[in-house]
Design a protein around this ligand. Structure first.
Ligand code: 5CA
Ligand code: ZN
Length: 409
């Protein structure tokens, strides 16, 4: 699948600091030490009802990771998927009478437009579940042949008991896992499973649903977790630097993915850090497709809001916080954008050297974008109050905001 065009990342003097980031698996901050090529996998959308502000906030967090790494003069190998076949997508298409492939294509196209408008840097590889199927089948066969997977009425399940590290990503107890499994696509109630938590790797063809040739598995379609594992292993390999997504993916998705990969390869870990963004809510409830309480990036753009203001609204919240989307959040971002634009519109201003260092320090410290915004606010206030004589300063501020925060003034 093609991704979307990259916005230019302006060059900055000096270089940024190494990223310290909260890792769900260890429950604390870790200093990432990627090689010259940092490797990151971020779970992509299931393409219906995209792109809402919750999606945008999560992708904003991982865009910052990429920008911090680029600022340390590393290359970034970023991979993202599109879950372009899955139960909820098929259910939605059935309900509306849409063709499921047309729905997926239309929503993926809209997502690309939104990502471009928000200046999110594209992944190097953008891979659909459907196109990954030929790579998924042999992985499921290998798991089955190694005794890490078993058949139940034609469906193939992964045995969580096959990975000694199972449970280490989310750190949840069995009861919490069971509840979340039922809530998030699992089937803990199904009879005949070795462990109620065991997730499906391959679902045998169902009447009226799309299916693909699965070799010795028979016709069917892939489970959700193995999709991301196959894509990540194919393009990044084991031990990549960051596995990313919203906090609702920690269990079961990232837990199961790690176990699939570790059982497959015998290597540990799947990812060096598991990084999760908080949930954006609307009217007191998590913004979610199933509840339908959504604010779309495309709607707000169509209403005439500058995408840079949307981006500032996202950046005003720490990525790990759960927060609420409101009109006031957007209004505040629009006011801030206007203040900043005014401040950089003059030919000279207060020196921006300290500001650049502050933004770099804030972002390297678990992506503290609110602290970065506060630093820019102080520079803009000083510019308004007494100005300054540094001729290059406003230009440097503009370039820094674009390169490090994806905000074009
Ligand atoms: N296709 C799978 C991942 S493989 C999926 O979860 N798709 S999604 O469309 O449901 O979500 C895409 C990303 O947005 C995920 O990382 C998810 O955690 C995140 N996300 C979904 N809802 C919210 C929300 N309300 N706030 C923040 N992030 C969210
Ligand atoms: Zn995923």
């Amino acid at each position: 699948m093609h991704a979307w065009p990259a916005s230019e990342v302006p060059a900055l003097p000096g270089q940024g600091r190494d990223l310290r980031i909260h890792d769900t698996a260890t429950g604390g901050r870790v200093t990432l030490d990627p090689g010259p090529v940092a490797r990151i996998y971020v779970c992509g959308i299931t393409p219906y009802d995209a792109t809402h502000m919750g999606h945008a906030a999560t992708y904003n967090a991982f865009d910052l990771v990429q920008r911090v790494w680029l600022d340390t003069k590393r290359q970034v190998h970023y991979v993202q998927n599109v879950t372009d076949v899955d139960d909820p997508l098929l259910e939605r298409a059935n309900k509306t009478g849409d063709d499921w492939t047309a729905l997926a294509e239309r929503e993926t196209a809209l997502f690309r437009e939104d990502m471009t408008a928000l200046r999110m840097l594209p992944p190097r590889h953008y891979i659909g579940a459907v196109e990954a199927i030929p790579g998924i089948v042999p992985l499921v066969e290998r798991l089955r042949d190694a005794g890490a997977a078993y058949e139940l009425d034609g469906d193939i399940y992964f045995s969580v008991a096959s990975d000694p590290h199972f449970g280490e990503v989310s750190g949840l107890d069995a009861e919490a896992m069971r509840l979340l499994s039922a809530e998030r696509g699992g089937d803990p109630e199904r009879e005949g499973k070795k462990n109620p938590l065991d997730p499906m790797l391959w679902m045998a063809a169902r009447d009226g649903e799309p299916s693909w040739d699965g070799g010795s598995l028979g016709r069917g379609r892939p489970g959700w977790h193995i999709e991301c594992v196959a894509i990540a292993l194919d393009h990044l390999g084991m031990g990549f630097d960051v596995q990313g997504g919203g906090s609702d993916l920690a269990f079961p998705h990232h837990e199961m993915g790690a176990s699939h990969a570790q059982a497959l390869t015998g290597e540990y870990p799947f990812a060096k850090a598991y990084v999760h963004a908080g949930m954006v809510a609307l009217n007191g409830e998590k913004m979610s497709k199933s509840k339908g309480n959504l604010v779309f990036v495309s709607t707000v753009r169509r209403e005439g809001t500058d995408p840079a203001a949307i981006r500032l609204a996202l950046l005003a919240h720490h990525y790990r916080a759960d927060w609420e989307w409101t009109d006031a959040v957007l209004e505040e971002a629009e006011e801030r954008l206007a203040r900043w634009r005014d401040a950089v519109s003059r030919p000279d201003g207060p020196s921006a050297d300290a500001l650049l260092a502050e933004i770099r320090t804030a972002l390297a410290d678990d992506l503290d974008s609110p602290a970065a915004l506060a630093a820019v606010d102080r520079w803009a206030a000083a510019q308004t109050a007494d100005g300054g004589t540094d001729e290059g300063a406003p230009g440097l501020v503009s370039r820094a905001l674009d390169a490090l925060l994806g905000v074009a003034l």
